[in-house]
Ligand binder design. Structure first.
Ligand code: URA
Length: 232
């Protein structure tokens, strides 16, 4: 199994490859695209009818992503759940409400950041993404990262981190530190749904959030304030 440092290199390589896929990026089986999107809106138009995997047939809505197209920080979750599938917006259910509290605890607003998922369509019964699903969906996320070019990425939960870092390393060994991914520094932390199931993780999650905020301030060249824990 690769060490976390090797993992970081592997991830950087895998995502760099995805980001550099040249104009022949085939987003649809039958419709090779000759051009790459120049904006998130254009990318949405190109991919929102995607049926590259069977989830494209079972979804209610394609959950593209939301937020600031010029965000310096991007959050990446696993896949839409029931509420997201119905609304087309990531993280609007219970986990999303906790995510909002986590963001507000470090003075981040949804309008400032960008939020997307590894999968754009809901897996049935919220099961884990299958490798073929994440393989076909990852180029969509890679394109979002290329267009947004965030300085920081925060991956939420084991599954997102394992897919982005191309590893089977458990979350406990990955969280709380940064990896070089697609030109950004990526912090791995808990998924809010895991925090709802296991509130004991909140202490470590809070340390991760403070580290994220400090690193964000540094990246923007602004002073950091000290934060008190407000998420119970
Ligand atoms: N869980 C996720 O990983 N993403 C969502 O959008 C909602 C719940």
């Amino acid at each position: 199994m690769p060490t976390p440092d090797e993992t970081s290199l592997l991830a950087a390589k895998a995502l760099r490859q995805l980001l550099q896929i040249e104009p022949t990026l085939e987003l649809f089986d039958d419709k090779p695209r000759a051009k790459r999107a120049k904006s998130l809106d254009e990318l949405y138009e190109m991919i929102h009818t995607c049926t590259k995997c069977p989830l494209g047939h079972s979804r209610t809505k394609f959950v593209f992503g939301v937020g600031n197209p010029n965000a310096d920080i991007m959050f990446v979750g696993e896949a839409p759940g029931r509420d997201e599938d119905l609304s087309g917006i990531p993280f609007v259910g219970r986990a999303g409400q906790l995510l909002d509290k986590m963001l507000s605890a470090i003075d981040l607003k949804r309008e400032e950041i960008y939020i997307a998922n590894i999968l754009k369509c809901r897996p049935p019964e919220n099961r884990d993404p299958l490798p073929e699903e994440s393989d076909s969906c990852l180029p969509h996320l890679a394109e979002q990262i290329r267009l947004i070019a965030p300085k920081l990425i925060c991956s939420l939960g084991r599954i997102a981190a394992q897919i982005l870092l191309d590893t089977k390393t458990p979350l406990g060994k990955m969280r709380g530190r940064f990896y070089d991914v697609a030109g950004a520094k990526m912090l791995v932390t808990f998924h809010p749904a895991a925090l709802l199931r296991n509130p004991n993780f909140k202490r470590d999650a809070w340390e991760d959030l403070k580290l994220l905020r400090r690193t964000y301030d540094q990246a923007l060249g602004q002073p950091s304030k000290s934060y008190e824990r407000t998420v119970k």
